[in-house]
Design a protein around this ligand. Structure first.
Ligand code: TEU
Ligand code: CA
Length: 560
């Protein structure tokens, strides 16, 4: 397999609004990131993925962009950006920008023009349709509740918005739109950035005719089959690759809702015609259901192993995986898949990290994950800031689909805001995030969970991530080795091997707080030259019949 830096890298995602506030207005900013680069250097990561910092009215916290070449005032200036970029590069850290081009803000000048008249030169930049029998052009629901169509009085037509009505979808079938996007990307590449994370890039090509979708609990049709991996998506990405990506040395990752293994082999094929890798959603969707993501069901480990194994095995030698448990759209992994009680918090955080970081693919660490940050005890709807959470509450509770109490419990478990509270830097007021009023509440557990405390202790979650990252940098087998699942039906233990030439790793993770037994494969159990590469308990030893303690994780290394 071809060796490349982005296969060997570990990425750290920053959600700038919540990372570090340098000027006391309660909102994280670019200078705050610059301040903390040494912290990230110490963690050992290679790349920062920066959630959007462009000019935006913040209907969806920056995922609604009104100027792709401007910096959001809340975050600072272009000079601050350039300083941050240079300071990151000085430390050998690369910067990957979030590219949100399925839609713009309705305040983007293109849309301001587009809605003026049917013959405006920008009209065809967006997806406008006439109503059908006095109603919306089709039955699609938006990701953020309500119809995916908004009526515009000026021209008496509807525009499509798969997300909020302040996020109109761009019309990628228009070659001028593609050229505008590619020019803008090139402009950022010229500045010296190191890649793009492409927001819902699997949704840019819609099936012509925009057929009605299957109606769900909320009364709207699902657009997925007509939007995800649409008819021209690969053609457009190949064009993007030819026009921009191939001219620079970049890391590119497509956020691909609805992506299958077969589609991923096209998006992220190792021949480099489109992107380097995709974010797939199958493991994140395992606890979804009739009311979409809104429930408090636990993910079944056998299912999780099946899904992740399918991705590990199917892409081997053909495409490249990205590895993640968490991002700004997901609750904290520790509260979802581990145990966030004081007793098991750290041990289960380390277990989850081991399980993910020993797989093949490029790992992503979401800010605060390296500290063992947890979900947040939000009490009432007004504690939330996220448009998805707030709209879903209104739609499902007021629409009589769920009762208010259940929905609050689901929000507390699944809301995106769980990942969006400020990074906990120390035990001073507001967790050292801001000297002002934070834009969203700080998790009250910051006195126990914070970076300062984590850095002061050798056995902390932070130090463990540091070790995992360093192991990946110094052991090719972790990057390039092949993967094989063991004991697929075991409901409590996730175990797999990695193999590269004459070397083998055995990864064993207990996903429960009970002791579990595990039969070690013979090739490992008999040998005395077995090394413990890493473990979250001090005294783990290899045995034929392992008794794993609560959330125990270990990696055994065997070399001929
Ligand atoms: O997310 C796309 C996406 O698929 C989300 O709707 C996701 O399923 C949802 O947030 C899970 O609860 C991207 C961004 O990551 C997200 O922050 C944006 O809100 C969205 O696109 C629109 O730009
Ligand atoms: Ca600020």
């Amino acid at each position: 397999m071809n060796k490349t830096w982005w296969k060997e890298a570990v990425v750290y995602q920053i959600y700038p609004r919540s990372f570090r506030d340098s000027n006391g207005d309660g909102i994280g900013d670019l200078n705050g990131i610059t301040e903390k680069l040494d912290y990230l250097k110490e963690l050992g990561i290679d790349v920062i993925w920066l959630s959007p910092v462009y000019q935006s009215p913040n209907d969806d916290n920056g995922y609604d962009i009104s100027d792709y070449r401007g910096i959001m005032k809340d975050f600072g200036t272009m000079e601050d950006y350039d300083r941050m970029l240079a300071a990151a590069h000085e430390r050998g850290i690369r910067i990957v920008m979030d590219l949100v081009v399925n839609h713009t803000s309705d305040e983007h000048s293109w849309f301001v023009e587009s809605r003026k008249s049917k013959d405006n030169p920008y009209r065809d930049y967006y997806i406008w349709r006439d109503g059908k029998d006095g109603k919306e052009p089709n039955n699609w629901g938006s990701c953020f509740s309500g119809s995916a169509w908004e009526y515009d009085e000026t021209t008496e037509m509807y525009y499509l918005h798969l997300f909020s009505k302040k996020q109109p979808d761009l019309n990628w079938d228009n070659p001028t739109v593609r050229k505008e996007v590619f020019d803008m990307m090139d402009w950022w590449c010229q500045k010296g950035i190191d890649g793009f994370r492409m927001d819902v890039i699997s949704m840019i090509s819609k099936v012509p005719g925009l057929p009605d979708g299957e109606v769900g609990e909320n009364g709207y049709g699902a657009f997925g089959p007509y939007v995800c991996n649409g008819p021209h998506v690969h053609e457009y990405l190949q064009e993007m690759n030819k026009e921009v990506l191939s001219k620079y040395d970049l890391l590119t990752v497509g956020e691909c809702s609805g992506v299958t293994v077969e589609e991923a082999k096209k998006y992220a094929s190792l021949d480099g015609k489109e992107l380097n890798m995709v974010f797939q959603f199958e493991h994140m969707d395992l606890d979804g259901g009739e009311t979409f993501k809104w429930n408090d069901r636990k993910i079944d480990l056998v299912e999780l192993k099946k899904v992740l194994t399918k991705w590990q095995v199917s892409l081997m030698g053909e495409a490249w995986n990205s590895l993640y448990w968490c991002n700004h759209d997901q609750p904290r992994m520790l509260s979802r898949m581990g145990d966030d009680s004081p007793e098991y918090r750290e041990i289960s955080a380390k277990m989850l990290a081991t399980c993910l970081h020993m797989m093949q693919g490029t790992p992503y660490v979401y800010q605060g994950e390296e500290l063992g940050m947890t979900n947040v005890p939000f009490e009432k709807l007004s504690d939330f800031r996220d448009i998805e959470s707030i709209n879903a509450y209104h739609e499902l509770v007021e629409g009589g689909v769920l009762n208010g109490e259940d929905m609050m419990r689901y929000l507390r478990y699944k809301s995106r805001d769980n990942a969006r509270t400020p990074v906990q830097w120390d035990d001073s007021e507001n967790a050292g995030f801001t000297s002002g009023n934070p834009w969203i509440m700080v998790n009250p557990n910051y006195k126990e969970i914070n970076a300062k405390e984590q850095l002061s202790r050798e056995d902390s979650v932070f130090r463990y991530y540091q070790k995992l990252i360093n192991l990946r940098h110094t052991n090719e087998i972790i990057v390039y080795g092949s993967y094989e699942l063991l004991a697929p039906e075991d409901p409590a233990v996730y175990a797999y091997t990695r193999t590269l030439e004459n070397e083998k790793l055995l990864v064993i993770c207990n996903f429960t707080k009970e002791n579990q037994t595990f039969l070690t494969p013979e090739e490992f159990s008999g040998k005395d030259d077995i090394k413990v590469m890493i473990s979250n308990y001090k005294d783990t030893e290899c045995a034929a019949n392992m008794v794993l303690r609560p959330f125990e994780a270990v990696v055994f290394q065997l070399k001929d």
